[in-house]
Every structure is written in structure tokens, then in C-alpha cells.
Ligand binder design. Structure first.
Ligand code: 5GP
Ligand code: ZN
Length: 106
């Protein structure tokens, strides 16, 4: 998607460092962290939100990516969060899973 900020990040347009990457997703640090550790798991495929997702396999791959990256970084306790829709706080309309760990700032 041409004007999607996460598609641009995935494309390497901003030189964002990926803390993890696999066939399905990239993981990078949230620019405005709401916890000591705040990562975003972002599918390489552009899907606007959970409401537009039709592929249950992709959701499974994304959750397994959460497990992969937390294990890799030694993060044992964390929350996962998906905001779906503007009223729920979704700001970037490219599906993503938040990983939050440590002291929360909300
Ligand atoms: P949402 O509110 O859509 O669930 O979450 C979007 C998240 O993306 C926010 O926590 C916001 O701080 C983060 N974000 C927005 N733009 C950028 C960016 O350009 N780079 C990074 N690393 N994070 C971003
Ligand atoms: Zn996108």
C-alpha cells in the first residue's frame, strides 16, 4: 500500500531496525513506547485491521512470531494487544500486535 507507514517501514524506506523477521512478519520497536519494552509485530502483507483479516493461518503465524521474538529476547512476561478500529485506538491501519513488557505507561 503506497501511503501506509508500516508498508514503508517493511520496505526499508525509513531504515527502521527490525529486532526480528521471518517469512510472515517483521518486529520493530514502537516509536512512542507505552511500556519499558514495546514492540510491534507487523505482517508483511498489508491487511487494514483484524476486521479485514480472512486468513486464520496468518493470525497463527503472527502469534507464533510473538513467541519467537519474546523467547529470542528473553522476555518472559508480557501483554499482547491488538487495537481494531479508530474508536478502540487504532492509529495505523495495517494490522499489528503490540508486545508490552515491564512497567506500563498507560
Ligand atoms: P495502534 O494505535 O494503531 O494500535 O498502534 C500504532 C503504533 O505505531 C503506536 O503505538 C505508534 O507509537 C506506533 N508508530 C506510529 N508510527 C510509527 C513509526 O513510524 N515507527 C514506529 N517504530 N512506530 C510507529
Ligand atoms: Zn500497510
Amino acid at each position: 500500500m503506497a501511503d501506509c507507514i508500516f508498508c514503508k517501514i517493511i520496505n526499508g524506506d525509513f531504515g527502521t531496525e527490525f529486532v526480528h523477521e521471518n517469512e510472515y512478519a517483521v518486529v520493530f520497536k514502537d516509536i512512542n513506547p507505552k511500556a519499558d519494552i514495546h514492540l510491534l509485530v507487523v505482517p508483511k502483507l498489508h491487511v487494514e485491521s483484524l476486521n479485514e483479516l480472512n486468513d486464520e493461518n496468518l493470525l497463527g503465524k503472527l502469534m507464533m512470531t510473538v513467541k519467537e521474538v519474546t523467547q529470542k529476547l528473553g522476555i518472559k512476561s508480557y501483554k499482547t494487544l491488538i487495537n481494531t478500529g479508530k474508536e478502540a485506538g487504532q492509529e495505523v491501519f495495517h494490522l499489528h500486535i503490540h508486545i508490552l513488557s515491564g512497567k506500563m505507561k498507560f
